[in-house]
Design a protein around this ligand. Structure first.
Ligand code: F6P
Length: 370
């Protein structure tokens, strides 16, 4: 049986470029004569067809997708709590997680869907693979995350925009740091990968960059700040990845609360600031960029990558390439088994070229010997 109707959903944290993917899938599908259903809030719209009705699931036509590639977020909504294999339901007045995949299968039939494009990160790809293993085979994946930590692709869209936002913030903070002779600590996202910190730190000319892949010692950071001060530069900008780790320490977590199975990171830059306050002879301020990095109009790069991924994913459906995910390798869009994308975080290589370049131009990572 040929394809007539496909679904598309976005899962996990949003990121700039998702709407470009949706638009490209709808436009490319039109060439095949397919209808495209936008599923609301990841699997929520398939678990419950009345979810958020009448604003939930909708068939995507030209009017809906017109010019959405310029907008951040996702017009479909997203969630990191709509895993059909561990879905929050109320039982005996308590919230528990239940396997509701039978509901997905029943609604899939009711809607007459022939295939699904799942746009998401590591967690969403793991769910997509579980769907395939449990009989909903016609799924293709599109990778996304601002963290750029998915192993199977060289870049994910969203990362470039997040780096641009963080770089702009660093530029602004350097101005005020220099005026006031202060140390500015700026915390950026990235989970347990230092990509955003490294790229934005380099682009913004940070004096120190603390990333999870290179555990830091406060004494080394303080030495660099002091060296700048005595040489007539009594200000510094330190970029701190939210997952930065002190030598022989742990990342900084918020309570024990978990989101989508992951512990939430919190307070990395504040911790560095508190430690430095005792050993540095300058005023310190901490700025946490947070979700500002996730919003806003996507950069040109992210619009183009999102569009290329969406187009390629649609052709992958047409070719019957189920169980596969589109990816960027070098400058080419390829496809790889979804399985390959799961559980292999791509981290910064502490000995790699990017870190070596940064060190060569004087950037401190906090692991320098005395
Ligand atoms: O994975 C993307 C990301 O923005 C991480 O950089 C960050 O740690 C996390 O999501 C924040 O998640 P939430 O939106 O649930 O607070």
């Amino acid at each position: 049986m040929g394809i007539r109707k496909i679904g598309i959903m976005t899962g996990g944290g949003d990121c700039p470029g998702l709407n470009a993917v949706i638009r490209a899938v709808v436009k490319t599908s039109a060439g095949y004569g397919w209808e495209v259903l936008g599923v609301e809030d990841a699997f929520s719209g398939l678990i419950d067809l009345d979810y958020r009705s009448p604003y939930g699931n909708r068939w995507l036509d030209d009017d809906v997708i017109r010019n959405i590639h310029t907008r951040g977020g996702t017009i479909l909504g997203t969630s990191n709590r709509s895993n059909p294999f561990a879905y929050p339901v109320e039982r005996d007045g308590r919230e528990v997680e239940a396997d509701v995949f039978d509901r997905v299968l029943a609604n899939w039939k009711r809607l007459g869907l022939d295939a699904l494009v799942s746009v998401g990160g590591d967690g969403s790809m793991a769910i997509a693979q579980q769907c395939i293993d449990r009989g909903l085979t016609n799924v293709v994946g599109v990778p996304k995350t601002i963290d750029n930590d998915l192993g199977a692709t060289d870049y994910t869209f969203g990362f470039d925009t997040a780096v641009a936002v963080a770089t702009d913030a660093i530029d602004r903070l350097r101005d005020t740091a220099e005026s006031h002779d202060r140390v500015m600590l700026v915390e950026v996202m990235g989970r347990h990968a230092g990509w955003i910190a490294l790229h934005a730190g380099l682009a913004g000319g940070a004096h120190a960059i603390l990333i999870p892949e290179i555990p830091y010692r406060l004494a080394a950071v303080a030495r660099a700040i002091e060296a700048r001060r005595v040489s007539g530069q009594p200000y510094s900008v330190v970029v701190v990845a939210e997952g930065a780790i002190p030598a022989a320490g742990e990342p900084s977590y918020r309570d024990d609360r978990e989101v989508g199975g992951m512990r939430r990171l919190f307070g990395a830059a504040a911790r560095v600031g508190e430690g430095l306050a005792d050993i540095v002879d300058l005023d310190l301020r901490v700025t946490v960029l947070g979700h500002v990095q996730r919003g806003g109009s996507p950069s040109n790069f992210d619009r183009v990558l999102g569009t290329r991924f969406g187009e390629a994913a649609t052709h992958l459906v047409a070719a019957g390439g189920f169980g596969r995910m589109v990816a960027l390798r070098g400058t080419e869009i390829v496809d790889v088994p979804i399985r390959e994308a799961i559980g292999h975080a791509k981290l910064v290589d502490p000995q790699g070229q990017m870190v070596r370049t940064a060190r060569s131009i004087g950037v401190v990572f906090g692991d320098e010997a005395e």
